[in-house]
Design a protein around this ligand. Sequence first.
Ligand code: F6R
Length: 243
Amino acid sequence: MRIIVTKDYEDMSKKAAAIIAAQVVSKPDCVLGLATGSTPIGTYKNLVKWYEEGTLDFSAVKTVNLDEYRGLPRDNDQSYYYFMHDHLFNHVNIDVANTNVPDGTNPDAEQEAERYEALIASYGGQDLQLLGIGHNGHIGFNEPSDSFDKITHCVDLQESTIEANKRFFATIDDVPKQAYTMGIGTIMKAKKILILANGEGKADIVAKAFFGPVTPQVPASILQFHPDVTVVVDEAAAAKLPR
Ligand code: F6R
């Protein structure tokens, strides 16, 4: 595991984007596993900038996103489909047919999970999987539990997540109660993993995930067993790492 500590969020975003850019340059038809949330927004901004400057070409890149709310249509501005188009896909020359987010509107949850897992396998898996980390150590929507979920599946969101998300919706009834997520096994199959964290609020979980015991109670801790992981964290998130 390589740990890169950066000055601040800007610096983290630049270094993370540079790692993704190196992947796209060295294998133009690579498969990128992508994440949403506040952490990667700056990374996507840099990728868009380097595309605009002519440094990056996304025309042959394929993408698979980690997760999506169940029940939200693509045009809902809280859907991860919308987020990815808003922050990246609309601004680079990627072929939208090569971008994939679980379909939140498929009424058959089991079929959707199976379809998505098979799609990732048909691509030969992710060359590089980008991840953020939740305050409780979740990756994707894989929350702390007694075992590691292997493949893409539908999860019931925790009450605390529903409560935290309600500010983005008109009423609490509009907040999705379930989501699709790649499993821990789907994530671990990626050839390379790039995980980002910033801010002092992530310092405890970053230390726990990468230096604590490997346990499904801290889902990101499983990454200690992956052969090619790069952790890029700003100084604030790195504050509790052993020196
Ligand atoms: C996003 C995802 C989540 C986030 C995590 C951190 O697709 O799967 O695991 O990466 O919740 O979120 P932020 O970046 O908002 O702190």
